[in-house]
Write a protein that binds this ligand. Structure first.
Ligand SMILES: [Zn+2]
Ligand SMILES: [Zn+2]
Length: 77
């Protein structure tokens, strides 16, 4: 009896993990927080990484490159 309950609990846990991974939100590489829907998101046209616009904006303003792939995002005037 006990054994069966334990097995069921483990199965449920594994399923939960898979399910969570499936719908895992993107992680902002700048602040390492999850990117929820509805916030302003910057998506790099080169590497496709997504990050919070407000996190990456200062970096882009300063360096003009993607913080992940380092490709130029701004033409320097
Ligand atoms: Zn962020
Ligand atoms: Zn990039």
């Amino acid at each position: 009896m006990k054994r069966i309950i334990l097995a069921e609990e483990k199965k449920a846990g594994e399923w939960d993990l898979e399910f969570e991974e499936e719908k895992k939100p993107d992680i902002c590489p700048v602040c390492s927080a999850e990117i929820y829907e509805g916030v302003l998101v910057f998506e790099c046209p080169f590497c496709g990484n997504k990050m919070h616009a407000r996190c990456v904006q200062p970096w882009i303003d300063e360096r003009g490159t993607c913080p992940i792939c380092k490709r130029p995002l701004l033409q320097k005037a």
